[in-house]
Design a protein around this ligand. Structure first.
Ligand code: PBG
Length: 307
């Protein structure tokens, strides 16, 4: 009661990877799986029962191409998953990742022109992807590709297709990070050449984060994401202090998860204590919600502690 920082399952968002073709374990992320649609519904049910507020869906399409055709298909993996989860009638906020890197054969977050990610031709694709998710019942879309003006493009498309109520959680502050390594295996979205430094932020910059936030809010973002979380707790705090009215969501990413899982598997630290400490620190820094692969375990540990 006298604790300054509260941590409860309601603060968590659980990421779920969905695939039709290659379900199973993920290299570097013990206990996290690529699920079939049916399995994803089961997991979503467990997430709801654990008192977690929402899920973040990532789709792995059956086929990839240069222009991410599957990303905008109304019968793609994400639309079908959303509809299946909706049919299960769960009390969960459904958030979808909106980026084409898992859907392009080259693994980049944008359409290429002369082997370079090209911002403007990517915008209509991302906007259409968001609309297709909203058509199926997504509550929040989360553009993660860091294309300039993506929030504006998505907002416009959602509004003109009758989805004014669908919110945008923008990955506004996304650093180019080594901590995304295991995720790229999970979603099969590693760039086949080059890197993402042209559109992700340099870890030595802090003030730039405020500029990215302001731009996205101006374009219509409802919630702001900061990613990764642990090496950027100061950035979460900076934004919380400077822009106190905003809702901040922090992403405790795959590499952060992998570190704790690896060390605790070796017996070098106690997993549940470490996880709850990390999640509390992210909340203390100023995040309202935390996206974490630890969320299901952490929710259960918190339940145990409170009973
Ligand atoms: C897609 C995306 C990535 C993550 C979330 N959305 C990968 C990347 O930017 O390379 C990383 C999440 C994680 O590491 O858990 N653009």
């Amino acid at each position: 009661m006298v604790r300054e920082t509260q941590l409860s399952p309601a603060h968590f968002i659980y990421p779920i990877f969905v695939t039709r073709s290659n379900p199973g374990a993920i290299h570097g992320m013990p206990d996290v799986y690529r699920y079939t649609i049916d399995e994803a519904v089961q997991v979503a049910r467990k997430v709801e029962q654990a008192g977690i507020s929402g899920i973040l869906l990532f789709g792995i399409p059956q086929s990839k191409d240069e222009t991410a055709t599957q990303a905008v298909s109304s019968t793609g993996i994400i639309p079908d998953t959303i509809q299946a989860i909706k049919r299960a009638n769960l009390n969960l906020v459904i958030i979808t990742d909106v980026c084409i890197c898992s859907y392009t054969s080259h693994g980049h977050c944008g359409i290429l022109q002369d082997q370079v990610v090209s911002n403007d031709p990517t915008l209509p694709v991302i906007a259409e992807m968001a609309k297709v998710h909203a058509d199926s019942g997504a509550d929040i879309v989360a553009p993660s590709g860091m294309m300039d003006h993506q929030v504006h493009a998505i907002r416009e498309q959602l509004d003109c297709s009758g989805h004014e109520h669908v919110s945008i959680l923008s990955y506004s502050v996304k650093y180019a990070s080594a901590f995304y390594g295991p995720f790229r295996d999970a979603a099969g979205g590693a760039p086949q050449f080059g890197d993402r430094k042209t559109h992700q932020m340099d870890c030595s910059n802090a003030q730039e984060a405020l500029r990215e936030v302001d731009m996205d809010i101006e374009e219509g973002a409802d919630l702001i994401m900061i990613k990764p979380a642990l090496s950027y707790l100061d950035i979460i705090r900076l934004i919380k202090d400077q822009r106190p009215h905003l809702s901040l969501v922090a992403y405790n990413v795959s590499g952060e998860y992998a570190m704790i899982k690896a060390a605790s598997a070796q017996g070098w630290m106690d997993e549940s204590t470490a996880v709850l400490e990390v999640l509390t620190s992210i909340r203390r820094a100023g995040a309202q919600s935390v996206i974490s692969y630890h969320a299901l375990d952490a929710a259960n540990w918190l339940q145990e502690l409170s009973t």
